[in-house]
Design a protein around this ligand. Sequence first.
Ligand code: AP5
Ligand code: MG
Length: 217
Amino acid sequence: MPFVVLMGGPGAGKGTQARQLKETLGLPQIATGDLFRENLQNETELGKLAKRYMDAGELVPDEVTVAMVKERLSRPDCANGALLDGFPRTIAQARALDQLLAEMGERISLVPYIHVDPDVLLRRLAGRWTCRANGHVFHLIFNPPKEPGICDYDGSPLYQRADDSEETQKRRIEVYFEQTAPLLDYYRDRGLLVEIDGEQDIEQVHRDLVAAIQKAS
Ligand code: AP5
Ligand code: MG
């Protein structure tokens, strides 16, 4: 069954697409950013540690992140595959993921790279509103909620992520190019990378992703 790694810069649409793919393909979404934000909200030690890095737009240390993913992958809902959103983000994390999956007798099926230009990434992040209860994402212009400030799916209030401030957005995009973009070659060399045009509308990106994943599994 498929283990799919969604790659793309901050604001490329990984979360938006993972949520839809979860419904279409019946696979769980493992979003490391969402897991850190849950820990933050629950005021756990992990949340407190992660906050320092997230607020600065830097990556949380590999050891901590890998341990969190290891625990998540060990749960029964991941036995038949998963959608990884925001992980791996460094070469060390990619190697750790290969090893974790090998221990489960599994391997990555596909790495769709949702390609979006940096200036569009900035516009996406600047207008993003996220739902407090379940992390559904909206955009002021590109994907507005039916009622301003309220999530269409669960009625919870929408908020702007702390790391969507102008300064942190820029740093996150830099960190992406410095530390995460090298993973594109890592997966390209293994024949796993498929490029998806992330500047199409949300539904078309979804259709392209479904077609690519079905072809690979
Ligand atoms: P994380 O939460 O993963 O943030 P990110 O990678 O920066 O990605 P985003 O969530 O910002 O973007 P997205 O691609 O999900 O886009 P979205 O769908 O929301 O990580 C946050 C922080 O946590 C990191 O900085 C780091 O500190 C830490 N962290 C997380 N994982 C880590 C790891 N593995 N290692 C170490 N540290 C880690 O869409 C964006 C906006 O665009 C939305 O408003 C949406 O409505 C809109 N949109 C989406 N698609 C389209 C479209 N096709 N057309 C128009 N608008 C669109
Ligand atoms: Mg996201």
